[in-house]
Write a protein that binds this ligand. Structure first.
Ligand code: F6R
Length: 252
């Protein structure tokens, strides 16, 4: 596992963007696994700038997103489909039909989850999966559990996650109670993982995920079992790390 520590969240985001862009430069028809939330916003801004500068071409890329709220469709301002359209897809040359986000409005959610797994397999798997981390260690919407989840499935969101995401909704009650998410197993099948965490509020969970036990109670800890993973942190998110902290800090 490689850990890169940058001074600011913006710089950490740019470093993550460069890793995504490298994958696309090497393989223009790459499949990128994407995340929503505040953390990847600097990544998406940089990818948009890079394509504008002619450094990378997204016209042949496919994307698959980690998750979506159940009950929210593309027209809902807080749906993850809408988030991706506004913050990334509509600014890139990527074809709309090559972007996939789980369907929060599916009549048959289990069938839609199976279809999402089949879609990822039909695309040839994910070349690079970008991950954020929740305060309880969730990746995608895989919340702390007794076991690591396998495939795409429906989850009930914890009070902590709903509270953390309430900032995007007019009121906390409007945060959906459940979501569809790729499973931990789906994530672990990606060729490469990039976990990005920024801000002092993530320092404690980053320490647990990177230095504690690999434990389904801290879902992000599973990434340590992946053969090709880069963790990118800003100084604030890295501030509680002990092991290797000195050497990692040298790479600022
Ligand atoms: C969303 C996702 C989540 C977020 C996590 C952190 O697609 O995968 O696991 O990465 O909730 O969210 P932010 O970045 O808003 O702190």
């Amino acid at each position: 596992m490689e850990i890169i520590i940058k001074k600011t969240a913006e710089e950490a985001g740019r470093a993550a963007a460069r890793l995504l862009a490298e994958v696309v430069q090497k393989k223009p028809e790459s499949v990128l696994g994407l995340a929503t939330g505040s953390t990847p916003l600097p990544v998406y801004r940089e990818l948009i700038d890079m394509e504008r500068r002619g450094e990378v071409d997204f016209s042949r890329v496919h994307t698959v997103n980690l998750d979506e709220y159940v009950g929210l469709g593309p027209d809902h301002p807080q749906s993850y489909r809408r988030f991706m359209e506004e913050n990334l897809f509509c600014h890139l040359s990527i074809a709309a039909e090559n972007t996939f986000v789980p369907d929060g409005l599916a009549a048959d959610i289990p069938a839609a989850c199976d279809a999402y797994e089949e879609k990822i397999a039909a695309l040839g798997g994910i070349d690079l999966q970008l991950l954020g981390i929740g305060h309880d260690g969730h990746i995608g919407f895989n919340e702390p559990d007794r076991v690591f989840s396998v495939g795409t499935h429906q989850v009930h969101l914890t009070a902590m996650t709903r509270e953390a995401n309430a900032r995007f909704f007019p009121s906390a009650e409007e945060v959906p109670a459940s979501a569809v998410t790729m499973g931990v197993g789906t994530v672990m099948q990606a060729e490469k993982l990039v976990l990005l965490a920024t801000g002092a509020d993530k320092a404690e969970i980053v320490k647990k995920a990177l230095e504690g036990e690999v434990d389904p109670q801290v879902p992000a800890s599973v990434i340590r079992l992946h053969r090709n993973v880069t963790v990118i942190l800003d100084k604030a998110a890295a501030s509680r790390l002990s092991q290797g902290r000195e050497s990692a800090l040298k790479r600022i």
